[in-house]
Design a protein around this ligand. Structure first.
Ligand code: G16
Length: 603
């Protein structure tokens, strides 16, 4: 049957009807897809199954991904993000089709209209290809899916599957995976495995192999301050299982191609807590990256040290696409220090810049850091005025940061909440690969122990190239990935013989506060200038400006924006002291409540 015949047939099921209470409501494809209470989602998932097929058809039947997750949101929520062929988020131009399809009160008519109008050319091309291939392989839309550990995920997966089957889609089900793993699989499948093998073992092999190439070259000495024990809060989610798997591999694998430098290397010891294995464990509840970042305190069940030694911790979120680090300083009455996405990007970018200088490539490969309005003012100041690196600011949402980072040879992007990664352009990758290949040609005659112990390690250009080459294989370039970010951060700290406290001292964050306000309709808030300013309601921005100006703080800043993942308005403030910050944040919340239709109790 042709696509239109399928659309018009009885296959478009009555089974997942849009509930009547949603007939007058509009839900949009937000910051990271559709996200809401899980029991309101099966019909949305069904429609996303249909859309995933159409997207695949428009991309010559390349694989399109669907991740079923609500990431950092509570366990009762769920959602769905679609993934484009190179592993990045669904192209923005298709978000409006998704929103249209989901909100339609007559599914069959809307599908038909999409196929006969906006998607007409794609559908015709697909049908022509089918005719041309009549005697050969029939092409069908290709979809891959995975889900996180939420109890609702399997039922929603079933609804999604029913949707894609209605349009004859073929499904590869990866089952339980982290969001970034699924993004990675999509790219592997669509690049004939040139990015990696499209299965979990392939993902871990690539990472651990690259990790060991660098780790085994590091000269660990007793004076170094690097802590090889890391305590990981799994947020009671899928990331806990996956990081345990990585940890087992790291401590057990002995690579044949691991350069032998004769010395015994310490192992990166990963200890996982909040792994979701206790009956009372609840996903993202009092734990995880979002809790730690927003509450600015450690998660529940923190395994504190009993011997007074400093411990290094990090937290993932529910689907392991975010990571933040932290520690408690015993000498300061257990003062909590958070190293968020801004601290990660400055660490990573500083190191990449040193490597580029070392490899004498700094005039050939440019470097940029991408942030959002949530970036702490101190981090932007450090990047622009101390590091002298370009800092770009874009609206919230990894999709925006990813696109901006793609404009540079090396784009380091992290949201303050710990969501981010590093992108290398084709040009940057080729230069590094070519230089590295030249290097290896020159070393053909050398004995392996000389090669790694002297020839590479003791020469700055060679060493920098070697690290650049392998570090890029330790990165998931499709999307922010807590596991790969962890490996990169650990490698950099180990290479720099740095403790988490040393890293924290790169710059001092301004005190900040993030709050939320519930209003009748969050869409009444309109923003511009990368969400740093509000255009609607009309008088809100002037009033925020007045509050900021009248604050006693020298460095005050505040903005508001509607969330794309929760039915709330987010308020951010920072200032010289926590007291002034909290005062400003509260006053701005009251403004939002008064001017934008607050509901419930006034803040
Ligand atoms: C998602 C997005 C992030 C965004 C976050 C919060 O994270 O992927 O880019 O920062 O939501 O968005 P908002 O403030 O619009 O609710 P995750 O980890 O939940 O997928």
């Amino acid at each position: 049957m042709s696509v239109l015949e399928l659309v018009n047939s009885k296959r478009i099921s009555e089974q997942y009807q849009k509930p009547t209470e949603f007939m007058d409501k509009t839900i949009s494809y937000g910051t990271a897809g559709f996200r809401t209470k899980a029991d309101e989602l099966d019909w949305v998932m069904y429609r996303m199954g249909l859309l995933a097929c159409l997207r695949s058809i428009s991309q010559k039947c390349q694989y399109i991904g669907c991740m079923i997750t609500a990431s950092h949101n509570p366990e009762e929520d769920n959602g769905c993000k679609l993934v484009d062929p190179m592993g990045d988020m669904l192209h923005e131009s298709w978000e409006s089709y998704a929103t249209r399809l989901v909100n339609s009160n007559n599914l069959q008519d809307t599908l038909k209209s999409l196929c006969e109008n906006e998607l007409k050319e794609f559908i015709e091309e697909f049908e022509n290809d089918q005719k041309a291939n009549r005697l050969g392989r029939v092409q069908r839309p290709n979809i891959v899916a995975a889900y996180d550990t939420r109890p609702s995920s399997e039922a929603l997966f079933k609804a999604f599957k029913t949707g894609l089957e209605a349009l004859d889609g073929v499904l590869v089900n990866y089952g339980l995976m982290t969001t970034p793993q699924l993004h990675y699989m999509v790219r592997c499948l669509n690049t004939n495995s040139s990015y990696g093998e499209p299965n979990e073992d392939g993902y871990f092999d690539k990472l651990t192999c690259a990790f060991f190439k660098i780790w085994s070259m590091i000269e660990f000495n007793n004076n170094g301050k690097y802590e090889s024990d890391l305590y990981v809060d799994g947020s009671n989610g899928i990331g806990a299982d996956k990081i345990k798997k990585l940890s087992r591999l790291i401590s057990s694998v002995s690579f044949n191609d691991k350069p032998s430098n004769g010395s015994s290397q310490p192992v990166l010891n990963i200890h996982v807590f909040n792994d979701g294995k206790q009956p009372s464990d609840k996903l993202n509840h009092l734990c995880g990256a979002d809790f730690v970042k927003v509450q600015q305190k450690p998660p529940n069940n923190l395994p504190e040290s009993s011997d007074g030694k400093l411990r290094k911790y990090c937290s993932f979120d529910g689907d392991a696409d975010r990571i933040v680090y932290y520690y408690l300083d015993k000498s300061e009455k257990n003062q909590f220090y958070l190293l968020d996405g801004d601290k990660i990007s400055t660490l990573v970018a500083t190191h990449f810049r040193e490597l580029l200088e070392g490899a004498q490539l700094n005039d050939k490969i440019n470097l940029c850091i991408v942030q959002t309005a949530y970036a702490n003012g101190s981090s932007t100041n450090f990047i622009e005025n101390i590091m002298k690196i370009k800092a770009s600011c874009v609206p919230t949402g990894v999709k925006h940061l990813h696109h901006e980072a793609q404009k540079f040879d090396i784009g380091v992007y992290f949201e303050a909440n710990g969501h981010g990664t590093i992108l290398l352009s084709q040009k940057a990758e080729s230069i590094i690969e070519e230089r590295y290949a030249d290097l290896m040609k020159k070393s053909e005659e050398l004995d392996e122990s000389v090669l790694f112990n002297d020839w590479i390690k003791n020469d700055r250009v060679r060493y920098s190239l070697y690290v650049l080459k392998h570090l890029k294989d330790c990165i998931n370039q499709t999307v922010g990935d807590a596991i790969t970010d962890l490996l990169v951060v650990e490698l950099i700290m180990a290479m720099k013989h740095m403790s988490i406290a040393d890293w924290n001292q790169m710059y001092t964050d301004l005190p900040s506060r993030q709050l939320k306000v519930k209003i009748k309709d969050r869409n009444v808030i309109r923003t511009y200038d990368a969400e740093r300013r509000v255009s609607q309601p009309a008088e809100l921005q002037d009033k925020i400006d007045n509050l900021v100006k009248s604050s006693e703080a020298k460095m005050a800043r505040s903005f508001v924006r509607p969330s794309g993942t929760e039915d709330v308005v987010r308020v951010y403030a920072e200032a010289d002291t926590q007291e002034l910050t909290d005062k400003l944040a509260k006053q701005v919340c009251q403004l939002v409540y008064d001017l934008a239709g607050g509901v419930g109790q006034r803040p």
